[in-house]
Design a protein around this ligand. Sequence first.
Ligand SMILES: [Zn+2]
Ligand SMILES: [Zn+2]
Length: 311
Amino acid sequence: MQFTVLGSGAGLPSKKRHTQSYVLDSVDEINQYIMIDAGEALQHRILHTGIKPSKVRNIFITHLHGDHIYGLPGFLSSRAHQGGEDVPLTVYGPRGLAQWLEVTFEISGSRLNYPLEIIEITHGECIEMDGFKVHVHLLDHNIDSFLYVFDENDKKGALDPEKLKRIGLEPGPAYARIKNAETFEFNGETYHTADFTGPDITGRKIAVHGDTRVITTPEYMSLLDGSDLIVHEGTYLDGEREKAHRYFHSEITDVLENFKSINYGSLLITHLSNRYEDGFLDELEAKLPSNVYITHDFFEHPISRNSQGNK
Ligand SMILES: [Zn+2]
Ligand SMILES: [Zn+2]
C-alpha cells in the first residue's frame, strides 16, 4: 500500500504545486486506488503516474472548497473513456456535493456511462467499503471539513506449511482449499484451519485530514492514536500561529506538539502555501523528526505494517 500526493498546494496552484489531491494505492490489497480530494488539473497529474482511472472505485472529498474539488467533474467525465465504462464509482463528501455535481453535469450536458453514487457523509459515521472501514470526523474549518480514517480490515494469518506437513499433508492444490475453509478433512480426520495458520495480520490505519485548525479533543486524539500514517495540512510553516488560527488552518509547530501525546508511524505535511521557497522547506525538514515529511507533488510514501509508534 502506498500514499501518493498528486497535489500538495494550498489555495492557489503554482507551477510546482497543484491544489490538493491524494491517492491511496491499494491495488495489491483490493485492486483499487482510493482517491481523496480532487483539486483542479487532477487529470493532468494522473497522466504522469501509472494510476488507472477505471480502478478508482471510491473517492472521498474532505470539503467543498474549490482547491479540493474543482478537478472532480473533469475526472468523473473522462473516466468513462479511460476504461471505466460500466465500472461503478462512489463519491463520499459533505452535504451539497450531490447538488453541485448534478447541476454541473446537467448544465454541461455531461453523461456518464457508469453507475455513479454520491453519498453525503456526517460526523461520527463509519463507512464500510472493500477492505476498509472508514471513520468520519468533523474538523475545524470555516466550512464543514472532514477527517477520513481508513482502517484496514485484519487479515487471516497465512497457512503454516510446517504444521501441515506434521500431519502428512504436503504442499499442493489442497492448500488453497484449506486456506478458505473453516475446517478440512484429511485421512479421515477433521481439522480446524485456524490450528494451521500463523497469527492474524493487523490492518493498517491511515488518517487523512481536510483543511483544519489543530484539534485536541480526546475523541479525536484516540481516533488518531496508533495510525501508521497521518496526513495533515501545514498551510503555515513559519510560526504564524495566530494567522493560522484566524484563517482556520494549522501551523506546523502546533501540529507536531499536538501529536506528541499519541503513537503514529509517519506524518506527512501537505497543503503548503506557494509563498514558501524550496530552500526554506529543505531547511525546515532537516530540523523535523525523521518520520515527519514536508511533501511535494508526486511524493510517494509506502505504508508498511506495524509501523505505529514514534521513531
Ligand atoms: Zn484548501
Ligand atoms: Zn478549505
